[in-house]
Write a protein that binds this ligand. Structure first.
Ligand code: ADP
Ligand code: MG
Length: 237
């Protein structure tokens, strides 16, 4: 509820979202009739065991995969009604991604990696440099700007990936197991940074994870089991 008592508007909505993989031996309902709403400026976790359909659901929300049934709306726009070009534009303008494996380009420096989405958007070089600098400073990596990924620890690489998402200033960041390759202390630091993206930068964060720390930290937790949404919990204020 908002302060005036009205229901807040969802930034992402799914309705009966279903993805069936057809295999020789039969079919797998990786995501099975999921209807949920995700609200702005919150940390929403989608949790569940390995194989429960988390990554498939995130890819559907990102428009990277097509549902067998159902629909996804991002900021009121139905993905199913958009062509691939429009979906690409939506991803580029509105969405940021953070992955378990960091997803950095190995031959580029930290600063160059952070600048990649800004280049894709065609931002002028002066603005790119300013945003890259600010984002690296925000994640505490100014002094690693010229390092390449192999010269950085796992936690530092993930901070570069967070800076890359931040620099592009998307409304929504989608993260798939962002702490999955990190020890629990480093994972905790990454989770703190992700929390700050929400609290300080006003971003909407959707984290897919089976990490209990993520489950404990999130404002809203949607739990998947065998592709179905079995429970939604709200953190008590
Ligand atoms: P999670 O991210 O929760 O571990 P996934 O979304 O990756 O789960 O997978 C959900 C189910 O769908 C699993 O049973 C998995 O084996 C199956 N699956 C995922 N991707 C494919 C694919 N490309 N082809 C066939 N089955 C798949
Ligand atoms: Mg997964």
């Amino acid at each position: 509820m908002t302060t005036d008592g009205s229901a807040p508007e969802a930034i992402i909505r799914t309705e009966n979202l279903t993805r069936v993989y057809r295999l020789r031996g039969g079919e797998i309902r990786a995501v099975n009739g999921v209807s949920l709403a995700i609200y702005p400026r919150q940390m929403t976790a989608i949790v569940g065991r390995s194989g429960s359909g988390k990554t498939t659901l995130l890819n559907l929300i990102a428009g990277l995969d097509e549902p067998t049934e159902g629909e996804v709306w991002i900021m009121g726009q139905a993905l199913g009604a958009m062509d691939e070009r429009a979906r690409l534009a939506l991803r580029r303008e509105r969405l940021g991604f953070i992955f378990q494996s960091f997803g950095l380009l190995p031959l580029l420096t930290a600063a160059e990696n952070v600048g990649v989405p800004l280049r894709m958007r065609g931002l002028p070089s002066g603005e790119r440099e300013a945003r890259v600098r600010e984002a690296l400073e925000w994640v505490g990596l100014s002094r690693r700007a010229r390092h390449r990924p192999y010269e950085l620890s796992g936690g530092e690489q993930q901070r570069v990936a967070i800076a890359r998402a931040l620099a592009a200033q998307p409304q929504i960041i989608l993260a798939d197991e962002p702490t999955g390759q990190l020890d629990s202390q480093t994972g905790g630091h990454i989770l703190d940074l992700l929390r700050r993206l929400v609290n300080e930068r006003g971003m909407t964060l959707v984290i897919v994870s089976h990490d209990p720390m993520v489950r404990a930290e999130a404002d809203v937790v949607h739990e998947l089991r065998d592709g179905k949404l079995v429970e939604t919990r709200y953190k008590s204020a």
